[in-house]
Design a protein around this ligand. Structure first.
Ligand code: NAI
Ligand code: MG
Length: 487
């Protein structure tokens, strides 16, 4: 299969005809070719989005009409849901049932922001004297949106839907590894005749060329990025050095999943495993540090290991697969590097740590891996692995649990497991993270804000907060005096 990118309403190759092979990570085989955008290609997409923002209909269209178009997009995703889910799994590796969930979330996201489009209001400011003062909310402009490979179409929806609802135009760059659902989505968008050409552009290419062109451009007003902390910092710095773009960042994490002795034990085991092994652990909010009260430490680790060994690894397209392969060979090597670091640190490898053999040897699989007695200061406890590797750290009491939970440069998410309501609420207040789950892990409802404290990011996506990223406030002051100003 050969795909094309979507620039100014046209499906195009890159201007030098260069392409990139995209893999099926379960088989280690090439799945498709996509264009490798050059700087000139990205600049053409930026020019289209700039033109549509400055002179086009989209920002000035009645918000209710923009909202209705977003609802059409939601519906179109649902119509193509099966096909998109299959394509997601083929390209990214995750189990098909999880891709189906992601595609449904993508549709829900367009529906949420479709509904919100005409509910954005400014305010009247209570000033004194003969004057009227109010605040308009206006779209921020042309947005460059750079997304990772772990939830490809869902991440695209989280970025595109609020930007469109706000009246922005955009250029989306999917990750090199997983561009296929975004490109198929472009074809679906192209079928929505009310969406003007050039409002949404989708370019495929690498970070240092295609991504960086968006970041350095003086015609891009805002960058929304999800990915590594390292690249996020570079984006912030480079935006400051060019045209001081507005920047929102959703970065890494090393999220604590905290288990007290008074938690429901069955729920605890399931929550610990789901927290780290869902989506192969390739989740920014993965519960990758398990903090467990000493009195249940051994029991929990034993139970987790027993079940982790039974997790069915396989091709995501096969029914019954619980965990797919990692996204590519390079990422698997990175994860294996952390397994080596864990072993060398003296932590106890309880299960996994290896590549499964047999017919899975072709794909980029890693067995679910649990390290126990991990030193809370060690690299395995502090750095993001982004794979199916968890670090277990026992604690003595509530205050130690809080201290360990916060002992991280990151602050994306946290889980707290206990039946004691006041203890749970105390931890909710004390843990410095953007999302805290109590007796659950991972839900990311459209209606609430998603984002990180500390080095996990800047800004919030989803919910009403998510659209603020794409708006700016304009104050309007109206003099109601007819006398000349006195000075
Ligand atoms: P990355 O941050 O390099 O890539 C994410 C996106 O940024 C991709 O679309 C990539 O093309 C783009 N990008 C890379 N360099 C860029 C640049 N100079 N300018 C503009 N765009 C650029 O992440 P990568 O290499 O895929 O993964 C490395 C690690 O980052 C992972 O192991 C994981 O720890 C973390 N990560 C975190 C994610 C999250 O959801 N918070 C998602 C992906 C990765
Ligand atoms: Mg990278």
């Amino acid at each position: 299969m050969t795909y094309r990118m979507y620039i100014d309403g046209e499906f195009v190759e890159s201007n030098n005809r260069q392409t990139r092979d995209v893999d099926n990570p379960a088989k280690g085989e090439v799945l498709a070719q996509v264009p490798e955008a050059t700087t000139a290609d990205v600049e053409r997409a930026i020019a289209a989005a700039r033109r549509e923002f400055d002179e086009g209909k989209w920002p000035n269209m009645p918000a209710a009409k923009r909202g209705r178009i977003l609802l059409q997009i939601a519906q179109a995703i649902r119509t193509h849901a099966k096909e998109l889910a299959r394509l997601e799994t083929l390209n990214m590796g995750k189990p098909l049932s999880e891709s189906e969930g992601d595609i449904a979330d993508a549709a829900d996201c367009f529906e949420y922001y479709g509904g919100l489009a005409n509910k954005i209001t400014g305010e009247v400011n209570p000033i004194s004297g003969r004057a009227l003062d109010f605040t308009l909310k206006e779209p921020v402009g042309v947005c460059g949106q750079i997304i990772p490979w772990n939830f490809p179409l869902m991440m695209a929806a989280w970025k595109i839907a609020p930007a469109l609802a706000a009246g922005c135009t955009l250029i989306l760059k999917p990750a090199e590894q997983t561009p296929l659902t975004a490109l198929r989505f472009a074809e679906i968008l192209d079928g929505i005749s009310d969406l003007p050409k050039g409002v949404v552009n989708i370019v495929t290419g690498d970070g240092p060329t295609a991504g960086a062109t968006l970041v350095k451009s003086h015609d891009v007003d805002k960058i929304a990025f999800t990915g590594s902390t390292e690249v996020g910092k570079w984006i912030l710095k480079t935006s400051a050095e060019t045209n001081l773009k507005k920047v929102t960042l959703e970065l890494g994490g090393k999220s604590p999943n905290v288990f007290f002795a008074d938690s429901d034990f069955e729920m605890a085991i399931a929550g610990a495993l789901f927290g780290i092994f869902y989506n192969q652990g390739e989740v920014c909010s993965a519960g990758s540090r398990i903090l467990v009260e000493k009195s249940i430490h051994k029991k929990l680790v034993d139970a987790m290991a027993e079940r982790a060994r039974q997790i069915r690894l396989g091709d995501g397209m096969e029914a019954g697969t619980k965990m797919g392969p990692l996204v590519n060979a390079e990422h698997r090597a990175r994860v294996e590097g952390f397994i080596r670091i864990g072993k060398e640190s003296g932590a106890k490898l309880v299960c996994g740590g290896n590549r499964p053999g047999g017919e899975l040897a072709r794909g980029y699989f890693i067995a679910p891996t649990i390290f126990d007695h991990v030193d809370f200061n060690s690299r395995l406890a502090q750095e993001e692995v982004f794979g199916p590797v968890v670090a277990v750290i026992p604690f003595e009491n509530e205050s130690e649990a809080i201290k360990l939970a916060n002992h991280s440069q990151y602050g994306l998410a946290a889980g707290v497991w206990t039946k004691d309501f006041t203890k749970a609420m105390h931890l909710v207040k004390k843990i410095r993270a953007g999302i805290v789950w109590v007796n659950h892990y991972h839900p990311a409802p459209m209606e609430g804000p998603w984002g990180g404290y500390k080095q996990s990011g800047i800004g919030r996506e989803l919910g009403k907060y998510g659209i603020e990223n794409y708006l700016q406030a304009k104050q309007v002051y109206i003099n109601l005096n007819s006398k000349p100003v006195q000075w």
